[in-house]
Design a binder for this molecule. Structure first.
Ligand SMILES: NC(=O)c1ccc[n+]([C@@H]2O[C@H](COP(=O)([O-])OP(=O)(O)OC[C@H]3O[C@@H](n4cnc5c(N)ncnc54)[C@H](O)[C@@H]3O)[C@@H](O)[C@H]2O)c1
Length: 359
C-alpha cells in the first residue's frame, strides 16, 4: 500500500493522540501540525515534523488531514480542505448542527473527496466482536440497555473556554455523542429521546450531568447516565483501556445490553444465554465473546489511509456524523421543552448517503 502523508490540524489533547498514532502506523507519515498557538508549535517540535500556523500554509502534496480543533471549527475547516481536494478525518462532533453537517456531506458527494468522522470506537475490536454477534443474530433484538458514562474532569480541563460554552461544550455534545454513535452502530437508528440534565456540580452554563433515554426504531430502550463530575470507573474511556497514555485502564463494566436471545456487557464482552428455556427461573451461562487487544487510534489511522487511497469506504461517513448530531439536537429540544422529542429526518442528501452505507 502507498504511504500517505497526513497533517494534523489542532495540536491539543486529541491532536497529540493522532500525531502519535500516525507515527506508529506502518503506512502513514506525519506531514505537519497546523495550530496558531504555542501548544501546537511545541507538539510539532516534539514530533519532529513541520509546524504551520494556518491550513493555507500546508504543502500541496499532503494526502489527508485530521481536524482536531475546537468543535466550532470542524465544519468550516473541513469545507476548506475538501474544497481543496484533501480527504479529511473530522473529530467528533462533526459539527454544531445537523444543517451545517448536511452541507458538508453534500460538498463531499459533489466533489468525490471522502470524509471520515472520529468515532474511533468503531475501530475497536471489542466493538467489532459485539457487532459481529449481533449481525449473526446471536443477540436477537435489543430490548433494554444501560450505559454508564461517568467520568471526573479536573478543574483545569475547563480552563479552555469552549469546553464551558453552551453549544460547543458540555458532556452531552463532547462525550454522549460517542454513546449515540455506538448505539446506532450496534442496534440501529434512534427515533425518539427524553432527557433531564443538571449543572449543580460545576455551575457552568452547560450541564455537568444528564440522564438520557434513547428509543430505537424497533422499540428497544437505552438509558445513559452521563456525568463529567462524578467519580467511578464506569465509562468506556477507562473501562476499555483504549488510550492508556491519557486514561488509566480500569477493569469494570460500563455497558449492559439485554437482547431477545442474549445479554451482553462491554467492554468485557460477557455474553449470557439461558442453559435451557428462556425463563428467569432457568440458569444462564456466560460464554464471552473474544477480541484481541489492538490500538483503535492506530487502526483508525490505517483505515483513514485506506479511505484516502480508495481501498476502503469510510466506516463512519460524514452522513453518520450528521445523524449523530441530529440525535443531539433532539436531546437539546427534549431538555428545553421538558418532553420527549423525535429525531428530525436528515436532509435528503445526507439521508441517502446513510442509507447507501447501511445497505
Ligand atoms: N475521539 C475522541 O476520543 C476525542 C477525544 C478528545 C477530543 N475530541 C475532539 O477533538 C476536538 C479537540 O479536542 P481537544 O480536547 O484536543 O481540544 P484542545 O483544546 O486540547 O485542542 C484544540 C487545539 O486546536 C488548536 N486550535 C485552535 N484554533 C485553531 C485553528 N484555527 N487552527 C488550528 N488549530 C487551532 C488549539 O490551539 C488547540 O491546540 C474536539 O472537537 C473534541 O470534541 C475527540
Amino acid at each position: 500500500m502507498k504511504r500517505t502523508r497526513i497533517a494534523v490540524i489542532g495540536g491539543g489533547a486529541i491532536g497529540r493522540t493522532h500525531a502519535v498514532a500516525i507515527r506508529a502506523c506502518a503506512v502513514t507519515d506525519l506531514a505537519g501540525i497546523v495550530d496558531p498557538f504555542e501548544t501546537g508549535k511545541a507538539l510539532a517540535t516534539e514530533m519532529e515534523c513541520p509546524h504551520f500556523s494556518k491550513i493555507e500554509d500546508l504543502p500541496k502534496d499532503i494526502d489527508g488531514a485530521i481536524i482536531a480543533t475546537p468543535n466550532a471549527l470542524h465544519v468550516p475547516q473541513a469545507t476548506t480542505l475538501i474544497g481543496a481536494g484533501i480527504p479529511v478525518l473530522v473529530e467528533k462532533p462533526l459539527g454544531e448542527n445537523a444543517a451545517a453537517c448536511a452541507d458538508l456531506v453534500a460538498l463531499s458527494e459533489r466533489t468525490g473527496v471522502p470524509g471520515l468522522v472520529g468515532h474511533h470506537r468503531r475501530h475497536n475490536l471489542i466493538v467489532q466482536a459485539a457487532k459481529e454477534a449481533i449481525d449473526l443474530g446471536r443477540f436477537g433484538t435489543l430490548v433494554s440497555g444501560t450505559i454508564m458514562a461517568s467520568l471526573y474532569k479536573p478543574d483545569s480541563y475547563f480552563d479552555v473556554a469552549w469546553r464551558r460554552d453552551k453549544g460547543a461544550g458540555g458532556p452531552i455534545l463532547i462525550n454522549l455523542i460517542h454513546e449515540i454513535d455506538l448505539v446506532r452502530h450496534l442496534f440501529g437508528e434512534i427515533t425518539e429521546v427524553f432527557a433531564l440534565s443538571s449543572n449543580r456540580q460545576r455551575g457552568f452554563d452547560v450541564e455537568d450531568t444528564a440522564s438520557v433515554l434513547l428509543k430505537l426504531a424497533d422499540g428497544g430502550l437505552v438509558t445513559v447516565s452521563l456525568t463529567d463530575a462524578g467519580v467511578g470507573p464506569w465509562c468506556w474511556d477507562t473501562t476499555a483501556g483504549e488510550n492508556p497514555a491519557r486514561f488509566p485502564a480500569m477493569p469494570a463494566v460500563s455497558h449492559m445490553f439485554s437482547g431477545t436471545q442474549a445479554g451482553m456487557s462491554l467492554p468485557d464482552l460477557a455474553f449470557w444465554t439461558h442453559e435451557g428455556a428462556r425463563d428467569w427461573t432457568v440458569a444462564q451461562g456466560n460464554h464471552p465473546l473474544r477480541a484481541p487487544a489492538e490500538d483503535s487510534y492506530v487502526e483508525q489511522i490505517r483505515h483513514f489511509a485506506a479511505v484516502i487511497t480508495g481501498d476502503e469506504a469510510p466506516r463512519i461517513a460524514l452522513a453518520d456524523g450528521a445523524a449523530n448530531i441530529a440525535v443531539i439536537e433532539a436531546i437539546r429540544r427534549a431538555l428545553a421543552e421538558n418532553r420527549p422529542a423525535r429525531i428530525d429526518p436528515l436532509p435528503q442528501n445526507a439521508a441517502s448517503e446513510l442509507k447507501a452505507m447501511m445497505e
